[in-house]
Design a protein around this ligand. Structure first.
Ligand SMILES: [Zn+2]
Ligand SMILES: [Zn+2]
Length: 265
């Protein structure tokens, strides 16, 4: 099972990506949460273009993929998990939890350090919020988080299958929690106990600075509650709240090249 997952990593990633993407895109048409403010065709071309560009860039530039780094650490007996030698399932579950905690703090760091914020800001300048926002990140921020992730894998020494599962899960949950779908209030309340829902993460994309410094979690909702960054609802409500960053709400700022140059602005 483990080697099946690591051997078919690329196929598995693609299958999960397209299935989750198509399902959410369809649900956005059937049960939309908010009315979009921009024409979908142009925004989607730019956002999807950016995410394919990032995938290609990572393949070219990052010397070691997560699996290779995990195997490298394993051969040298590096990292906590290689030293502890836990049962595989327990080891995978603990890694998924710690990986998500690390992503939470990385996200807070991206908001805290001015240089990192310039790279992360592009994710926030999307003026609408839907499934394509979940993969809209500046290439430099993707490179930076890939290097942080490699460091994390070398220090933690997880099973290679654990890092594949963590990345696939993160990609799927990122598309889910950015989607423009309307969940029943009761379902949102129950889901929010175990997973970050669209209504929870959308608050993080508010133009209001107080609100966009809340709800940093991507996967599990517990870190925000634990570290005091949780916000239940935006001041103006989910349908009325404004999304984006002031100063980047014009048509020119939303173009492909403009987005790539955005950290310099
Ligand atoms: Zn953010
Ligand atoms: Zn986001």
């Amino acid at each position: 099972m483990n080697s099946f997952i690591t051997d078919s990593e690329s196929t598995l990633r693609l299958v999960v990506f397209f299935s989750v993407f198509l399902l959410l895109a369809l649900l956005e048409l059937i049960i939309p949460r908010r009315q979009l403010t921009m024409p979908k065709a142009r925004r989607w071309t730019v956002n999807i273009g950016i995410s394919f560009f990032n995938t290609a860039l990572i393949r070219l530039v990052v010397p070691l993929a997560g699996v290779a780094a995990a195997e490298f650490a394993q051969q040298r007996n590096w990292g906590i998990f290689n030293l502890l030698d836990l049962p595989p399932l327990l080891s995978i579950l603990i890694f998924l939890l710690l990986f998500d905690l690390a992503i939470y703090f990385q996200h807070r760091l991206f908001h805290l350090v001015p240089l990192f914020w310039r790279l992360h800001r592009m994710h926030h300048t999307d003026m609408d919020y839907d499934v394509t926002t979940g993969n809209r990140f500046h290439p430099a921020s993707i490179l930076l988080s890939s290097l942080i992730k490699l460091g994390l894998v070398l220090v933690m020494g997880p099973l290679s299958v654990a890092i594949v599962l963590a990345e696939i899960l993160l990609n799927a949950t990122s598309m889910f929690n950015h989607s423009n779908i309307s969940l029943p209030v009761a379902a949102d309340r129950v889901l929010r106990k175990v997973i970050v829902t669209p209504d929870m993460h959308r608050i993080h994309h508010s133009v209001d600075e107080f609100e966009h410094n809340k709800n940093f979690g991507f996967n599990f909702p517990w870190w925000d509650r634990l570290f005091g960054t949780y916000l239940q609802q935006p001041r103006l409500g989910q349908e009325q709240m404004e999304i984006g960053i002031r100063g980047f709400q014009d048509r020119e700022s939303a173009g492909f090249l403009s987005l790539l140059m955005q950290p310099l602005k």
